[in-house]
Design a protein around this ligand. Sequence first.
Ligand SMILES: Cc1cc2nc3c(=O)[nH]c(=O)nc-3n(C[C@H](O)[C@H](O)[C@H](O)COP(=O)(O)OP(=O)(O)OC[C@H]3O[C@@H](n4cnc5c(N)ncnc54)[C@H](O)[C@@H]3O)c2cc1C
Ligand code: FES
Ligand code: FES
Length: 474
Amino acid sequence: MTLATAARLRFTVNGRPAEVAGPGGRRLLDLLRLELGLTGTKEGCGEGECGACSVLLDGELVASCLVPVAQVQGRAVLTVEGLAREGRLDPLQVAFLETGASQCGFCTPAMLLAGRAFLASGAEPTEDAIREAIAGTLCRCTGYTRIVEGIRLAATDPPGAAIPAPALAPLAEAGGSPAALPSGAPEVVSPGSLADALAVLAAEHPRPIAGGTDLMVGLASRAATAAWPLLDLGDLDELRGIRLEPGRAAQFGALVLGALTTYAELRRSALVAEHLPVLAEMAASVGAVQVQNRGTLGGNIVTASPAGDSLPLLLATDAEILVESLRGRRSVPAAAFWPAYRQTALASDELVLAVRVPLPVGRHVRFRKVGTRQAQAIAKASVALAWREEGGTWRDVRVALGSLAPTPVRALATEAVLEGQRPTAALADRAAAAVAAEISPIDDVRSTAVYRRSVTARVLRRLILDAVPGRKAG
Ligand SMILES: Cc1cc2nc3c(=O)[nH]c(=O)nc-3n(C[C@H](O)[C@H](O)[C@H](O)COP(=O)(O)OP(=O)(O)OC[C@H]3O[C@@H](n4cnc5c(N)ncnc54)[C@H](O)[C@@H]3O)c2cc1C
Ligand code: FES
Ligand code: FES
């Protein structure tokens, strides 16, 4: 297998078969709008932030500006044009009309698809749940209340009115033109096995792509992208799945999380819920549903942003990153994986296979992230705290911090203050003072050093206070 592979892609759009050729690294958004003429899908930011380009891919809400077309091979795309059935608007569309959920209409296609995905999930249509489902799609007009009402109406009492829908033009004649496509999209090779992927990586050094939520943003901002071929990891079953490894001495076992595990999968996993629920909490704080459906643990680790949410947790839990190349397999401790700003210990011919998180008996882990707002916020500071409880005292304490320095860091002096102690309010104060003294936060566009120092100390103090026996958590 070589990078020259440029197969025709076959998939369905709104239930109808489609087949396209051309570079697999172009955006699904452009394919839909410019080639297939499906202009109901809108472009806002082009960076995964606004949600205007949202469509359903095999039923999951995704930002089509972040999906390379190579990854739609064999899959089903649903756009707003495909919501109507048998010439009639879908009850969700009718509900939007009845509640006045659409004003200028720019966000409406994406809101309808977010609503469709929510209804299909079978979740209880509470206000909070609906707001979470649409949090990745911005609306400038409605204040969201009417959109929430529209989705709730469709969930609880779907309107029966038969409102005719416009007929769809055949895809090929829908008015799009490949000539209108932005030039320079990269080629993508999509190997079906890890062995093939490693061989291509060693020979031709393409850039791996998993969910694309970091990489596609970078691609959009680069002019000469065609020279930067991509290696699609999406078909590598070896990088999927979450399993429990049997225990060794003094350990309950370990959770092994495939590199392609998405945030949505972390949130849904029964194994994570049972053995390391803090991972699901972390996943729930990453981006909004479109990013959670596509973004992967492996991508977060290799992007190596100091604001990457999984990084402090992996440091605090003594995780190991399992990597492989044609030369063999090795395991890198998280503590050695991010040597410098946005750098990793990966060699250019290596892929991340999985993350192994040991599960010592009696260990507790807490994580808190501070951002500008609840949804879609990149961390200004994040704190992961882990300890093993032994007769009321804390052992093997880890304090790992994100977004403060060029890499995620352990606060070793603060850990020493906590090691071997019983959690008390006085200890929480001492640890807060220690961490404020120990860290040297950075000033950047997201926050100031002064704020980061004080918020990190306050968050750590709160996490310790919440663990003091008999104290009410808050
Ligand atoms: C709107 C928005 C909000 C976001 N919010 C957050 C947030 O709150 N917190 C946060 O931490 N991140 C956030 N991100 C960043 C991003 O979603 C995460 O970092 C995500 O985990 C990246 O995973 P991915 O699969 O999409 O990576 P990709 O974009 O596919 O790849 C990222 C990098 O990792 C490499 N790579 C991927 N997988 C492997 C592998 N198995 N082996 C070797 N290399 C690999 C790629 O070559 C690339 O360099 C956000 C992004 C967007 C667009
Ligand atoms: S255009 Fe804004 S998320 Fe895709
Ligand atoms: S209705 Fe105008 S942006 Fe939402």
